[in-house]
Write a protein that binds this ligand. Structure first.
Ligand SMILES: NC(=O)c1ccc[n+]([C@@H]2O[C@H](COP(=O)([O-])OP(=O)(O)OC[C@H]3O[C@@H](n4cnc5c(N)ncnc54)[C@H](O)[C@@H]3O)[C@@H](O)[C@H]2O)c1
Length: 261
């Protein structure tokens, strides 16, 4: 049923939160923030070993977390996951779709198979998870769905499978508002810029001082803090948004290097 949520730091607002890609670099920050907020984490990843490591780390600090293996692109895996999660905690109250891949291929290096793989993981996967749990959210008349998109989905980007999949994910987010009209269910996209995870190559890290107005790379913990807020009742009117968290990178277009001017 709908959890009793009153305010951002209300302990009654402890939720069961399912997070995909939970073994990844960004989720290390997201997991910790949500755990500290008192939520129980259902951590899902293709890589069960690393997912279990992440969960063990959380448990060693006294937080509630469970590890599950699933490929978000496989309907059978998603169905099995839904059953396993129900057996473990009952209903989930929030879903964070963070599993994703960045295939650094420009147009001519791609073929249909490689392009489709990115669309499957970054867009079809989140759809499959949302579809699997939407009925439960509707029954409870409450829920939080957060899709981890990217600024690459809001601007042109050299790697088209990534950009197209994330643009699709952001628009999937907006499109679902019709399905949840008049309920306590919100759906939002978080669009990070350059975040300090292994996904980011050194060449991009080196450009941060001249391409990002804050002059710094985003910490995964900051993404976690934003998502933790979106899970609160205080965030109930934030719905269908692309929440950009990029230090201002997409708001500026630099033709010169300020460090050299
Ligand atoms: N790192 C950044 O700078 C950045 C910026 C913007 C957006 N993002 C997005 O944030 C999310 C997390 O990125 P990250 O940096 O932690 O990447 P990461 O590669 O460290 O983590 C991604 C996780 O997703 C899992 N995964 C991949 N395919 C899967 C599948 N089919 N089923 C289940 N799990 C699967 C991987 O095993 C991995 O643990 C991604 O969606 C990414 O596109 C990252």
């Amino acid at each position: 049923m709908k959890p009793n949520l009153h305010a951002s730091n209300d302990s009654d607002g402890a939720l069961n939160v399912l997070i995909t890609g939970a073994a990844g670099g960004m989720c290390r920050g997201i997991n910790k923030r949500l755990a500290v907020a008192g939520h129980t984490l259902l951590c899902v990843d293709l890589d069960l070993e690393r997912c279990q490591e992440a969960v063990d780390e959380l448990r060693s600090e006294g937080f509630a977390a469970h590890a599950f293996a699933a490929d978000v692109t496989q309907q059978d895996d998603v169905d099995r996951l839904r059953n396993d999660v129900k057996e473990t905690v009952g209903e989930i109250h929030a879903l964070v779709n963070a599993a994703g891949i960045l295939d650094r291929k420009m147009l001519l290096d791609h073929d249909v198979k490689s392009f489709s793989k990115a669309i499957d993981i970054n867009l079809v996967g989140p759809f499959a998870l949302i579809r699997a749990f939407a009925g439960d959210f509707l029954t409870a008349n409450w829920g939080r769905i957060i899709n981890v998109s990217s600024i690459a989905g809001t601007t042109g980007y050299p790697y088209p499978s990534y950009a197209a999949s994330k643009a699709g994910l952001s628009n999937l987010t907006r499109s679902l508002l019709m399905d949840f009209w008049g309920t306590g269910i919100t759906v939002n996209s978080v669009c990070p810029g350059v975040v300090d995870t292994p996904m980011v190559i050194q060449e991009v890290r080196d450009q941060v001082p001249t391409k990002v107005p804050t002059g710094r790379i985003v910490d995964p913990d900051e993404i976690g803090a934003l998502i933790a807020f979106l899970l609160t009742e205080d965030a109930r009117s934030i719905n269908g948004a692309d929440l950009v968290i990029d230090g201002g990178a997409t708001q500026v277009f630099r033709l010169f290097d300020p460090a050299k001017s």
